[in-house]
Design a protein around this ligand. Structure first.
Ligand code: PYC
Length: 413
């Protein structure tokens, strides 16, 4: 038996350190207000307190902690992006993820499994080679592999895809991982609260007050709060918040759906993505297949689920893994993806003094949780964009300094 298990067996029973956010009255004023109690908001609060000593912070969440995209994604973590900016940024996130369980003293079930992005066409192979080169240049473990390697790793896959779209090769990214998404949000929330941050659930921001080009505070369903620094970290609700300060962004919101099957015996230890088939899948520790497809075809601010989605996805899944024709879908759900024209996020300071944006995460917000929290906390504490997020400023759309990241998407658009 491994020593660390024996350590637990011999330990005296101790009370489980469960976490319930304190229900406190709102104060009249805070140094920083964070709108959005998902992973990003909690991570930002945590690093503000831990690394910058800023604890007079309120996180305002209209629903409950992690009830938005944080609890609705398919939990994939990777750094095999296409642009130098993306690779450097997500590499930091992967590194932070690796230590989170220890840092929180809470198991986030971080499981490194490797990640295959399948290529079914010559042009997809070209993109995989390109990504591999950029990744390697920045020290990221990614390489192009052939079909034999894929077959060896995933024997249950039909690499001929029912003769429809044979797999030609893949980008293999060894650090690709999955994690328990709720635990990430709750770990950050507990760490932030322990350091003095206040978390207010069921608290909706209805207005942002400004004066002379500066933020003055927020109106909520529980009263007015004064604050000279306000951060919006609300994913699919971003347009609702930016409208309050008359700020234009090029964000469009599309539903992104996902589902899980009934559990089956472990048959696949890696994460598999096929951009051409619009499928991504991993097997959870319980044996379920956690799967998703493209974003919905039309802009819509809604988290409703559809039969169309399940039918389309399972059809493609059966080409890749024929045995899945016998599996039942147990649950399905949807999140709202706030997508930018270049598929990179919008982060940092804005033209409105004291108003900071963390948005445009599209289909990859979960994997950015730690690095977004850390870099946004730095940016707010110093009122200066962190170096890693400078390329992601809102002004890039006026300056035509786009960070074209679409080629790194697992999700079809
Ligand atoms: O970016 O890896 C990804 C991803 C998978 C599902 C949604 N996003």
């Amino acid at each position: 038996m491994p020593l660390r298990l024996l350590k637990y067996a011999w330990k005296k029973p101790e009370e489980e350190p469960r976490f319930f956010p304190d229900e406190k009255p709102l104060k009249k004023a805070y140094d920083v207000v964070i709108i959005g109690g998902g992973g990003h908001g909690m991570a930002c609060a945590y690093y503000l307190a831990k690394e910058h000593g800023i604890t007079n912070v309120a996180v305002l969440e209209q629903g409950y902690i992690g009830g938005g995209n944080t609890g609705r994604n398919t939990t994939i973590v990777r750094s095999n992006y296409l642009t130098a900016e993306g690779v450097k940024f997500y590499d930091q996130s992967v590194k932070l993820f690796e230590d989170l369980s220890d840092e929180f003293d809470l198991n986030i079930f971080y499981s490194t499994r490797g990640h295959f992005t399948l290529a079914h066409t010559d042009s997809a192979m070209r993109t995989m080679r390109w990504r591999a080169e950029v990744n390697k240049h920045y020290g990221i473990d990614s390489e192009v592999v052939d079909v034999e390697t894929i077959k060896k790793d995933i024997p249950y896959m039909d690499v001929q895809c029912n003769g429809q779209h044979p797999v030609m090769g893949a980008l293999y990214h060894a650090p690709g991982s999955v994690a328990r998404h709720d635990a990430v949000a709750w770990g950050y929330a507990r760490g932030a609260q322990m350091r003095g941050v206040e978390i207010h659930q069921k608290t909706q921001v209805t207005e942002i007050k400004t004066q002379d080009g500066k933020v003055k505070g927020v109106q909520t369903n529980r009263g007015f709060i004064e604050a000279s620094k306000v951060i919006s970290m609300v994913a699919g609700s971003t347009p609702r918040i930016t409208k309050m300060v008359d700020m234009q962004t090029p964000i469009e919101v599309f539903p992104l759906q996902a589902c899980v099957t009934e559990p089956v015996k472990p048959f696949m230890n890696t994460i598999v993505v096929s951009g051409s088939l619009h499928v991504y899948v991993s097997q959870s520790s319980r044996g379920e297949l956690v799967m998703g497809a493209s974003v919905d075809p039309a802009e819509l601010h809604s988290t409703r689920s559809t039969l169309d989605f399940v039918e389309g996805l399972t059809d493609q899944m059966m080409d890749l893994f024929p045995f899945t024709s016998r599996l039942k879908i147990m649950r399905q759900w949807a999140g709202m993806s706030d997508i930018t024209p270049d598929f990179a996020p919008i982060m940092g300071k804005t033209d409105l003094e004291g108003f900071y944006l963390d948005a445009g995460w599209g289909t990859w917000g979960f994997k950015a949780t730690p690095v977004s929290g850390k870099t946004m906390a730095y940016t707010v504490a110093n009122d200066r964009d962190h170096d890693l997020i400078k390329p992601f400023s809102l002004s890039r759309f006026e300056e035509f300094a786009l960070v074209g990241e679409k080629g790194a998407a697992s999700v079809g658009h």
